[in-house]
Design a protein around this ligand. Structure first.
Ligand code: AMP
Ligand code: MG
Length: 349
């Protein structure tokens, strides 16, 4: 399959992008899969009600089919059409954070979306992306779009159309190139299907902001379990660069010692750092990823930085660790998955 690329330049105003995406809209309506930018990462979208179309997402990504997909909507009416009910608290969150990087898990409405989208669960995950192109695509097609990140399963999520093509060229009908995404990490997934709302995945909307809005929020134990697997390599890794990644808790001098040890063994070593610390390291490849002063910039550049290591010949990568507050929680969650649990702390060494 030849993958079509539509470069859309004026994305300030939704109305102006409609003519530019007409073909993509037709193909979505015909059951094809199309990659498109959102404010978090590029998504790989298909008509959520069309099982054959949704199956093409799993095939293109090589994604395990027991992993449910997020349904993207452009209006409250569309959200109401896929959810059986919207609890008052979820409504408060939608008013406050939509459009935006918050996915709500709600009781699902029977037959509204394909069973392949919800992986047989009684719930459906819904979000309204804060990106004029994504909203225009959903509106113009009139479809709720099931869309995971537009990468091959296990790889870092795409934050540019070039990342999408690196993974999926020839495997999908098309990609809408709207430039780099902003937030850079995926949406926060919040279970609002009953009981105290629970964060299933930290993301673009912080736990602190959720607590401020609705008072009480819990974190799923599974998030912690996944974050700290008992032994490296036991768990399937996500977001992973090709070279093994280690998260290093400790000052730059400690990380540099690890670099020196590995280089003494003949290894080619990469370091993932920040603008503040980039001059502190002597390694084969040193890539700064945003600034500690503004962790949003780290989130925004994280996946691109992980992918850039793949263009080098490093045998392993040592990454600095980040504070777990605010967006730092999402950064560390993704880094831990990219590292598959490999972590070294100065205290424990
Ligand atoms: P991705 O599509 O890669 O952004 O990942 C989607 C995330 O949403 C995964 O962590 C899914 O497990 C989660 N998710 C989607 N639908 C549901 C649902 N109905 N219940 C719980 N989690 C869900
Ligand atoms: Mg993904």
């Amino acid at each position: 399959m030849k993958t079509r690329v539509w470069v859309v330049d004026n994305i300030v105003d939704k109305q102006q992008v409609y003519p530019q995406i007409r073909e993509a809209v037709e193909w979505l309506r015909a059951g094809e899969v199309i990659a498109f930018p959102t404010e978090t990462v590029y998504g790989l979208g298909a008509d959520a009600a069309n099982t054959a179309a949704v199956e093409k997402i799993f095939a293109a990504k090589g994604r395990p089919s027991d992993n449910p997909l997020i349904v993207h909507v452009a209006s409250m009416a569309q959200a109401e059409a896929v959810a059986a009910s919207i609890p008052p608290m979820a409504k408060t969150l939608m008013e406050r954070f939509w459009p935006g990087p918050l996915t709500l898990v709600l009781p699902k409405r029977a037959k509204a979306v394909s069973e392949r989208v919800t992986a047989g669960l009684p719930t459906v995950a819904v979000r309204m992306p804060d990106h004029p192109l994504a909203l225009a695509l959903i509106e113009a097609s009139g479809l709720a779009l099931a869309a995971p990140s537009a990468n091959r399963s296990g790889r870092p999520s795409p934050t540019t159309a070039a990342h999408v093509l690196a993974d999926l060229d020839g495997r999908i009908a098309g990609v809408i190139d709207g430039g780099p995404t902003g937030v850079g990490v995926e949406s926060t997934v919040l279970d609002c299907s009953g009981g105290v709302p629970t964060i299933l995945r930290p993301g673009g909307v912080t736990k602190e902001a959720l607590i401020e809005a609705i008072g009480r929020v819990e974190e799923a134990a599974a998030v912690d379990d996944e974050a700290a697997p008992k032994a490296p390599g036991m768990k399937y890794t996500h977001y992973a660069p090709k070279a093994p990644l280690w998260i290093v808790a400790g000052p730059p001098a400690f990380l540099q010692r690890l670099v020196d040890e590995s280089r003494a063994e003949g290894k080619t070593v990469g370091v993932l750092t920040t603008e503040e610390n980039r001059d502190q390291y002597a390694a084969d490849v040193v890539l700064p990823c945003g600034t500690r002063q503004a962790l949003e910039t780290v989130a925004s550049r994280l996946y691109d930085t992980l992918r850039r290591f793949d263009e080098t010949n490093v045998d392993l990568i040592y990454s600095e660790a980040f504070p777990e507050e605010g967006i730092g929680a999402a950064i560390m969650n993704r880094l831990r998955k990219a590292a598959g649990g490999r972590a070294i702390s100065e205290q424990r060494k």
